[in-house]
Structure formats: structure tokens, C-alpha cells
Design a protein around this ligand. Structure first.
Ligand code: ADP
Ligand code: ASP
Ligand code: MG
Length: 433
């Protein structure tokens, strides 16, 4: 069971999480930091990076006040209040101490790891105060990424299983989402929103019955609820449909989280902490034909077009183009080709200038920023005629920069300007659902 930031966002919510967990047999509980905490920690790290110790200290002070208030409201016994406050005090002292040294990215990563370390300790102390036998597992002792920043499910299993076996009487295990150790043995993380990934890696490693992602909405909705009104929950998704929606912007799931679950054949459920009896979404290997499931949008996309009459129909042209992106560790989301050129979209622009400089050796390069990918997911297999025209028809008033279809049986994607995103999502919902 994984609970996100809002689900553990206040003492009251933490108590509700305990009530939900208690209804289950032996489980592993993965927690995010309390909502807002990771953002604050990132801000603190940014202040240190700019040698602005004063602003960092002020933020740490504010965070400390908030957490000490939580302690007063969460526990009923003075003993547990004191014990938890002492622990949190060591964290705030550590956060303050980072200001004494010259800032490094390593310090930054240590700072952002503290949110999950605090929430899991607070929760474990609460469970045990309530008489629920619970063991806190340190994620840094089993969650590791390699030199390519990839975790390995089998390594996690090898390290985690003995820790579980060592406590045959424990009802529940609580551990931190998001945080891990890297190849150099330093504290690192699985990227923002990565607690979902932790849960799915653990679920796959231990061959769990189910991976439950508890959040603040009743499952995956058929469109982005932050942008479109009256979206509806989708009750079932195939692993690949869920992976595509997550990758193309459905924030409810971290993009990489579906993969380990799919590989291990463990179903994933998306459930609502605020409304625990709601059906939510189950993600499994069942593929329902003739259904469009959902629409998602991914912002901050940059389109790059290279036009080259010299290269027209020459073998090896695409390889040369793609190799440039590989050299700069930049992955491409969408590709369309024509006789004279190639259009690609990327979301990581760290190396854009270098990529463009190299591409210019082969032709004329155009760059469009502030674009957005709109992705429609469902049964879009070629035999299922009619859906593509319905989808493109919905977008008849939107200028479309690229269309990608046929890369998978589940997806058709459009690249449009970010300014047209809301209109496009609304039009699609109206036409399809
Ligand atoms: P948590 O902190 O529990 O990980 P997140 O904020 O990461 O929660 O994800 C849940 C949020 O995802 C929802 O509140 C919702 O605004 C957003 N979201 C975006 N797209 C979708 C979608 N298609 N279905 C459901 N939620 C979505
Ligand atoms: N706390 C981390 C974040 O805010 C990880 C997570 O919540 O999934 O990104
Ligand atoms: Mg999340």
C-alpha cells in the first residue's frame, strides 16, 4: 500500500491511513513525504546552493514549527510525543548544519530525502502507539540504483526479503518511498513523484498480491481533472494503457511505475484515501476491445524539425540524427518523417543547444518551444476503424504540429501548442466520452 503526500498530509490524515491499513493482512506500507514538504526541501536546497543561508534557515524554522504541531496533534501519550519530537529535532539540526559546508548536489539530495524519513518515522510511532505491531524499514538499506540510475527488482528482493523474514510477528512494515542509494553509495532518489515507483518495485520484488496506490482521487480519470470538468474514473486499464497515460502526463501515476508491476504480473489498484469505498482503477493484463479509455497531456515539450534535401532518401540519415540525441542522453517522445525531413519532440532541453548545433551539420533546423503532447489511449488497433477519424475530427479547430499513430496499438498522439491544450482536451472529452 502506497500513500501519497496528501494522504499523509496532516495528523488527521495519518490517523485515517492507519485505519485503512489495519483492515488488511500483513502489508508493506510505502509513504511519501507530507504534502508540500518535498517542495520546501527543494527550496531549502536551492537557497543553500545560492549561499543564502538566512532564507534556508527561515524555511527550516517554519517547517520545524509545522512538524512540532503535528506531533502534538498526532499522539496521545507524552512518551511518544517526546520520542518523535526528539527524532524530528535531529533532522532539523542536520538540515541547519548543511549550511556550514559548501553546497554540493549530494547535499541537495540528502536534504530532499528528509521528508520521507520524517513521515515514515512519525507514522511508525503512531501505529505502535496504537498497539499495531509495525516495523520501520530503512529504504536506503534495500533500494538502490545503478550507474544508469536504474533499480533492479532482483537486488531489491535479495536485500528486502530477509528483513521481512526477520520479523515474523510484525503485522505491518512501513518504508520510505522516493529515496534510494546510488551507485556511489550516496543518498539519491527516484525522481519527483517516485514513491509510486518504490511501491511497484517492492510489490514486484516480493510478488505481492496487489500494489495499491492510495491518493487523493478515485482512480485514473478519463481526462486531466485539473484541466477538464466532469471527468470520470476509468475502472480498468491494461498495463500498457496505464503506462502510456502516465508517461504522457497523467500525474496520478509516476511514468516508470507500471513496468515492474507488469513484468511481475502484479495488478496495480489506484484508490482514493478520501473515499476508500470508491471502486478506483485496476491495472492488469486484460485488454478491453473497442474502448477509448482516457486522454492525457504532457507539457513543456520542445519540437525539433530537421529538413535536409541533401539527405533525401539516403540510408543512415535517421541513424545519424538519432545518434546525436543518444550522445546527449536525450530521449525522443514523438517522431514523424517525410521525404525531406524529420520532426521529433523532446521534454528534456538540458542539451538542446548542443543537439541543434550538431543537427545543423545535416540540414536546416527549426525549434518550437512550449508545445504539448495530447495522447488518446485505448483500443486503437488498425482494425478498429472509425476512432482515429473521430479523434482528429474533435481537434478540427486546433493547429496540429505533429501526429503519431501506429507506434503501439493503444495510442494516438498529437503535438500542439500549450496555448491550445485546454481547448483540445475539452473538445476530445466532448467528442469521445
Ligand atoms: P500523490 O501525492 O498521492 O502521489 P499526485 O498529486 O501525484 O498524488 O497525483 C494525484 C493527482 O493527479 C490528482 O489529484 C489529479 O489532480 C492528478 N491527475 C492528473 N491527471 C489525472 C488523471 N487522468 N486521473 C486522475 N488524476 C489525475
Ligand atoms: N515526496 C516526493 C515528491 O514530492 C515523492 C513522491 O511524493 O512521490 O516528489
Ligand atoms: Mg504522485
Amino acid at each position: 500500500m502506497k500513500f501519497g503526500g496528501t494522504s499523509v498530509g496532516s495528523p488527521q490524515r495519518m490517523k485515517e491511513v492507519a485505519r485503512l491499513v489495519e483492515q488488511n493482512d500483513r502489508s508493506i506500507v510505502v509513504l511519501s513525504a507530507m504534502s508540500g514538504t518535498t517542495n520546501t526541501l527543494v527550496e531549502i536546497a536551492d537557497y543553500y546552493a545560492k549561499s543564502n543561508r538566512e532564507s534556508a534557515n527561515a524555511l527550516i524554522g517554519k517547517l520545524r514549527t509545522t512538524y512540532m504541531n503535528h506531533v502534538r496533534n498526532l499522539y496521545s501519550t507524552e512518551e511518544v510525543k517526546a520520542k518523535t519530537a526528539d527524532f524530528l529535532e535531529t533532522i532539523f539540526t542536520t538540515l541547519l548544519s548543511y549550511g556550514k559546508d559548501a553546497y554540493t548536489p549530494r547535499i541537495g539530495r540528502e536534504i530532499v530525502s528528509k521528508g520521507e524519513i520524517m513521515s515514515t518515522t512519525m507514522m511508525t510511532n503512531y501505529f505502535n502507539e496504537q498497539g499495531i505491531k509495525t516495523v520501520l524499514l530503512n529504504a536506503l538499506e534495500f533500494m538502490e540504483i545503478d550507474a544508469d540510475k536504474e533499480p533492479s527488482v532482483s537486488n531489491i528482493a535479495t536485500k528486502l526479503q530477509p528483513k521481512i523474514d526477520a520479523y515474523p510477528d510484525a503485522q505491518y512494515f512501513i518504508t520510505q518511498g522516493f529515496i534510494c542509494l546510488n551507485h556511489d553509495g550516496e543518498v539519491d532518489n527516484l525522481q519527483r513523484g517516485g514513491s509510486d515507483y518504490t511501491a511497484s518495485l517492492i510489490g514486484a520484488a516480493l510478488r505481492a498480491e496487489v500494489i495499491e496506490i492510495w491518493t487523493d482521487i478515485d482512480g485514473m480519470h478519463n481526462n486531466d481533472p485539473r484541466v477538464v470538468e466532469n471527468t470520470q474514473p476509468v475502472h480498468q486499464l491494461h498495463f500498457e494503457e496505464a503506462a502510456e497515460l502516465a508517461y504522457f502526463g497523467a500525474k496520478i501515476l509516476h511514468p516508470t511505475c507500471v513496468l515492474p508491476a507488469k513484468a511481475a504480473g502484479v495488478p496495480v489498484k489506484l484508490l482514493n484515501t478520501m473515499d476508500p469505498t470508491a471502486e478506483g482503477t485496476v491495472i492488469n493484463s486484460i485488454f478491453r476491445e473497442k474502448e477509448i479509455k482516457a486522454i492525457a497531456a504532457k507539457d513543456n515539450i520542445t519540437a525539433i524539425k530537421i529538413v535536409s534535401s541533401r539527405m533525401l532518401l539516403q540510408t543512415g540519415f535517421l541513424r545519424k540524427v538519432f545518434e546525436i540525441f543518444e550522445t546527449y542522453h536525450t530521449s525522443i517522445d514523438m517522431v514523424t518523417t517525410s521525404e525531406v525531413g524529420v520532426s521529433m519532440s523532446i521534454d528534456n532541453t538540458d542539451y538542446l543547444a548542443s543537439i541543434v548545433a550538431e543537427l545543423k551539420k545535416y540540414g536546416t533546423v527549426e525549434v518550437d518551444r512550449n508545445m504539448c503532447i495530447i495522447c488518446v489511449v485505448g483500443d486503437l488497433i488498425a482494425d478498429n476503424v472509425g476512432y482515429e477519424s473521430k479523434i482528429t475530427n474533435a481537434l478540427r479547430n486546433i493547429p496540429i504540429r505533429m501526429i503519431s499513430y501506429g507506434g503501439s496499438n493503444h495510442n494516438i498522439s498529437f503535438l500542439i501548442s500549450e496555448n491550445d491544450k485546454q481547448a483540445a482536451l475539452q473538445a476530445l472529452s466532448k467528442e469521445i466520452f
